[in-house]
Design a protein around this ligand. Structure first.
Ligand code: SAH
Length: 330
């Protein structure tokens, strides 16, 4: 089949009559290029303190109606260790943009976790090249930083005091440093166009993203977008399926935001192109507080219960849980 053009992508996104065919085609591509294994990544949301003001995000600094927390390095390590003992082969460290975690502090955390024989992904926002290099030098393997939207005007509106160019600079630096680089977008931001979603998909291809996470926008009551409509689950799924069809061999998570809008969201995503799930491996004291959007799933669950629950779901659809690190290139 010939490669989809921008016009083709737009047509597919606008036409809902062929959705089932799209999802099953994406599922076939996933099976052919990634097999039936699902990679579980143990997610540690280690700080909800953030200097940014992203209009959609509940962690934005102007939100005073949130209990802030910061997990200390020793405790982060403790969560990582027990996740590895449960069988995780990748740890993902995610946080707001919290300046407490200086280059040095982060390097020490990374070095220690890397003694556990595990792949390590960072998702801590925009940093200078030197930081990304330092983290890589001490063993970080992957980095996630969503472009969020490639519509520059919308980007500007959504991200006060930030720049689209710097976001792209981060992605290019990470690629140049040899990270497996993850990006992605929000689907359903106010005034986002279908055309710009097509551009998002083409952008993932252009920068040769190794991972792409796509999630619907969910309105948070303590943000300027509190009255906006939530994103549409099916549209987010279509953007994800098209990403699989265009970037065949990359890793694609079934995102938690998908499940927030649809009780079967992650399983449906796994059957429409996704091959990764990122269960939370911290305990309940922190889960509810990392409230990027409301009604996050599993906020009262333990790490052990989350792992068993998602494993059960994966096996029930005839898939297996991978035992290797799950890099893009095997
Ligand atoms: N500070 C890090 C991590 C951000 S949180 C960084 O800048 O990369 C991870 C992702 O949550 C964001 O990239 C964003 O796409 C998503 N997110 C934030 N607010 C959201 C909302 N209201 N609805 C859905 N997803 C949201």
């Amino acid at each position: 089949m010939k490669e989809l053009s921008r016009a083709d992508i737009i047509d597919i996104l606008k036409d809902d009559s062929q959705n089932e065919a799209l999802f099953s085609h994406a599922d076939e591509v996933r099976k052919q290029y990634k097999g039936d294994e699902v990679h579980l990544r143990g997610l540690i949301e280690f700080s909800n303190i953030c200097k940014c003001q992203c209009k959609y995000c509940g962690l934005r600094s102007p939100n005073k109606n949130i209990q802030r927390y910061r997990i200390q390095p020793d405790e982060i390590f403790k969560y990582a260790k027990s996740a590895v003992e449960q069988g995780y082969r990748t740890i993902v460290l995610q946080s707001g943009e919290d300046e407490f975690y200086t280059t040095n502090v982060m390097c020490k955390i990374i070095e220690k976790i890397k003694t556990l024989d595990v792949a390590l992904t960072l998702s801590i926002g925009e940093r200078p090249f030197e930081d990304y290099k330092a983290f890589k030098d001490v063993g970080a393997d992957r980095y996630l930083i969503r472009i969020e939207t490639t519509d520059k005007e919308l980007y500007k509106k959504m991200h006060p005091n930030m720049s689209f160019e710097n976001r792209v600079r981060c992605l290019r630096d990470l690629k140049a440093l040899g990270y497996e680089t993850g990006t992605g977008c929000l689907v359903g931001l106010p005034n986002q166009t279908i055309e710009s979603l097509a551009d998002d998909i083409l952008f993932f291809k252009e920068i040769d993203a190794d991972m792409v996470g796509i999630g619907p926008f969910i309105a948070h009551p303590e943000t300027p977008l509190k009255d906006a409509d939530n994103g549409n689950f099916t549209l987010a799924l279509k953007v994800m399926a098209l990403t699989r069809i265009l970037l065949k061999d990359i890793n694609i998570p079934a995102t938690t935001a998908m499940e927030t809008l649809n009780p079967q969201g992650r399983i449906i995503a796994l059957q429409s192109g996704a091959n990764v799930v990122m269960p939370n491996v911290t305990t309940t004291e922190y889960r509810a507080k990392y409230e990027i959007y409301p009604n996050k799933i599993c906020i009262n669950e333990s790490p052990d219960k989350c792992r068993k629950c998602i494993e059960g779901k994966i096996l029930s659809i005839g898939r297996t849980v991978a035992k290797d690190y799950g890099f893009r290139k095997i």
